[in-house]
Design a protein around this ligand. Structure first.
Ligand code: ZN
Length: 499
């Protein structure tokens, strides 16, 4: 047993080294690399990925995991959970025939490109044949993995958020449909009154960068163990707690984009920095799940970052950074600007209130796909009808409709719901935090560290040493309940819109 643990730790160390090489390569590809290098580097990345795959799924690893699994009750809690998770992954992998797995991967390597072209031309029919093949594979995959208590679409949902299936999500989205949709329909017909002169101006990139650095300091991002760069689409990546990186994209004609995507990524980054560093050598570091990670980014972006209290303290600095651009613009004007809600077509640009509606629509469609209730050729029609039904607007073309997201093109079905779940988690966690101390008062006192510390103690430090449902219960002290989220949104927007 001691020897098996040693063997497992050796393999884990090796796997982590390969993952580190992949981490650096992919960071470089999205931030620094010259466009011309990609053809050559794909060879090296191919070799690394193949070696990694062999190490992770090879006989040595599976034997070690199986041996440790048998003796799991003698292992410490962290390793025990890690082995249970690894054993599940191996079991799954065994159920899928290797040739089909390879075929699916090769299909996915082409599909993103085809999707991008189809989106560019706004032509769903271009994308339809390959999408049909992807879905066919997903349905076959479901058949291989299915078991008595986990069937159909639930298999996919469970992969992105362990323990969450249509049972939980139906309850969640039904509650949104019942309580939030009528409210949203009312709000989006109204307009907030404020001085809008500044919104059409150019905000120089250099000053935006300066302000994002300021925000990173305000939220206590550790720059000794972290770095901020630029990329086309903002994202966070990390290797353990001592190397946490995120990116921002600066639009000179849309300066709040860098502010809020910056705060969003800072939320992800803080989560990673605050994990127990002892987990760095294991596979149990990193955020607890997709939705838990998104709960942290949304918490900082929306609950903290779009609050009046936050800007009451930091708006003077923003005005100082953009002296000319924000001349004569009051805190109230700015607050209304960053919180106005409107019916819009694009999910990633949607505001805090309408965002979950976009996810609800995708969930409905995915569920219909895997219940064989919809033909793929009808997706644009169904999409447009739902946007009309729930947001009251017309979709002009597929680019602004069914083709807008990359997820389905890369086979990520079951992923979308975690975004909305994360936003709802955030509110429930916020609610719990408020039982311990007044969060907005801490913001006014410029004490964001108090908030970070609480999250570290109650959620972050645990990494993924437990399943998401357990982690959530540890921080929220109760099971997930969507009502907190609905009440928060209705309360916030009723006040804003004076209704
Ligand atoms: Zn995010």
């Amino acid at each position: 047993m001691e020897n098996t643990i040693k063997k497992y730790e050796e393999l884990r160390k090796k796997i982590k080294a390969y993952r580190f090489a992949n981490f650096l390569a992919s960071w470089d590809s999205t931030t620094e690399a010259p466009k011309g290098c990609f053809e050559n580097r794909s060879v090296q990345i191919g070799v690394l990925s193949e070696e990694l795959y062999k190490l992770q799924t090879g006989d040595e690893m599976t034997t070690a995991v199986e041996e440790l699994y048998k003796n799991r009750n003698q292992l410490d809690e962290v390793l025990k959970h890690e082995i249970i998770v690894a054993k599940e992954a191996i079991e799954k992998l065994k159920k899928v025939p290797v040739n089909e797995y390879v075929e699916f991967m090769s299909l996915l390597s082409k599909s993103e490109h085809i999707w991008a072209q189809a989106k560019n031309k706004s032509d769903f029919q271009m994308f339809q044949p390959i999408l049909e093949k992807i879905i066919e594979f997903e349905k076959k995959y479901i058949k291989y993995i299915e078991k008595d208590d986990l069937k159909g679409y639930d298999v996919l949902l469970d992969e992105f958020e362990k323990g969450y299936t249509t049972k939980e999500y139906d309850q969640f989205f039904d509650a949104l449909k019942r309580d939030l949709v009528p409210f949203v329909k009312n709000i989006v017909t109204k307009k907030l009154q404020f001085n809008q002169d500044f919104t059409k101006q150019i905000f120089p990139k250099e000053q935006q960068k300066e302000f994002v650095q300021y925000l990173a300091d305000v939220l206590c991002f550790n720059k000794y163990y972290g770095i901020i760069k630029e990329s086309e689409h903002p994202f966070t990546t990390n290797f353990g707690t001592t190397d946490v990186r995120f990116t921002v994209h600066y639009y000179e004609d849309m300066f709040i984009s860098s502010i809020f995507s910056g705060i969003h990524e800072l939320g992800h980054a803080l989560y990673e920095q605050q994990i127990n560093p002892e987990l760095d050598q294991t596979f149990s570091g990193g955020g607890g799940s997709m939705a838990l990670h998104e709960s942290q980014s949304r918490f900082y972006e929306n609950i903290i970052g779009r609050s009046y209290e936050f800007w009451k303290v930091h708006y003077p600095q923003l005005k100082k950074t953009f002296k000319r651009e924000l001349r004569g613009i009051s805190l109230d004007d700015f607050y209304k600007y960053i919180n106005q809600s409107e019916a819009s077509l694009i999910r990633t640009e949607a505001d805090e209130l309408t965002y979950p509606i976009h996810i609800m629509i995708r969930y409905d469609i995915e569920r219909a796909i895997f219940n064989d209730k919809i033909e793929i050729k009808d997706l644009p029609k169904v999409w447009n009808e739902k946007i009309k039904e729930y947001l009251g607007i017309d979709v002009p073309d597929d680019k602004n409709g069914v083709l807008q997201d990359v997820h389905w093109a890369v086979g990520s079905f079951g992923y979308f719901p975690t975004y909305a779940l994360g936003s709802a988690y955030a509110v429930q966690i916020y609610n719990r935090m408020n039982k311990k101390f007044n969060v907005l008062r801490s913001l006014k006192a410029k004490d964001t560290k108090k908030i970070n510390d609480w999250l570290k103690e109650n959620l972050h430090k645990h990494g993924k040493t437990k399943y998401p449902k357990e982690l959530f219960k540890m921080v929220a002290k109760e099971n997930f309940n969507p009502q907190y989220y609905i009440d928060y949104l209705i309360d916030k927007y009723s006040k804003l819109y004076n209704i």
